[in-house]
Design a protein around this ligand. Structure first.
Ligand SMILES: N[C@@H](CCC(=O)N[C@@H](CS)C(=O)NCC(=O)O)C(=O)O
Length: 212
């Protein structure tokens, strides 16, 4: 099998989630830079790969794919290496549920509503939206509690083994932890804090750390 190619930027939480899956599987791949936030947006050639102009996109031996959940599941199923999805239907459903919670709530609220408004915008000299930040901070405990409740106290979000749920959520939590209120909020849930510290120790997290 040929070497897969991932298109995107290392700062993207979704690109990082796909990269984490590839790293945990031990798959050698190329990362081709695409900056969706560049002036004028991504190049038209990229939009042929991803019609919504989002990153990442992926190609393997002529097979083109976009949407991170699909890319990560393909990486898990098409390559050798440790299984990143449980075989048991209920555990697998739980992993998919957590991934869906990440897309539906963690990303818009903890990344865009908290990190971007409180940390990223001020860092580039832009005022954050205080109202959006306040609303997001009020929603954050609900999201973290839901996540903690679903873990069932295992070392990983999906139970006893590392899964795609951990790899999908971790890049989002990394950005959230740059906000001042985040660690006390995470600290309310010993299981989540323990999980986060375990994630930080993984080689894949270090290998995929954004450079810029
Ligand atoms: N549903 C997409 C979401 C990907 C996504 O939102 N990526 C962000 C970067 S983390 C992006 O491309 N944003 C560009 C934009 O919002 O215009 C997926 O799962 O791949």
């Amino acid at each position: 099998m040929g070497k897969p190619v991932l298109y995107g930027a290392d700062y993207s939480v979704y690109v990082r989630a796909a990269r984490l899956a590839l790293h945990e599987k031990g798959v050698d791949y190329d990362l081709v830079p695409v900056d969706v936030f560049a002036e004028g947006g991504p190049p038209p050639s990229y939009c042929a790969r991803q019609p919504f102009g989002r990153i990442p996109a992926f190609e393997h031996d002529g097979f083109e794919l976009y949407e991170t959940g699909a890319i990560s599941r393909y990486a898990d199923e098409a390559f050798d290496g440790p299984d990143l999805q449980p075989a048991d239907p209920r555990s697998r459903a739980r992993v998919n549920q957590i991934i869906s919670i990440a897309d539906g709530y963690i990303y818009p609220v903890l990344v865009w509503g908290v990190y971007v408004e409180q940390v990223s915008k001020p860092a580039r000299g832009e005022p954050g939206d205080d109202r959006r930040l306040a609303v997001s901070l009020s929603k954050a405990p609900v999201i973290l509690k839901a996540l903690a409740d679903l873990t069932g106290g295992g070392p990983w979000l999906g139970g006893t083994a590392l899964t795609l749920a951990d790899l999908h959520v971790a890049p989002m939590i990394e950005y959230f932890t740059k906000a001042p209120q985040s660690l006390p909020m995470l600290g309310v849930h010993a299981t989540l804090m323990g999980w986060w510290l375990r994630m930080l120790e993984r080689a894949s997290m270090r290998q995929t750390e954004p450079v810029g």
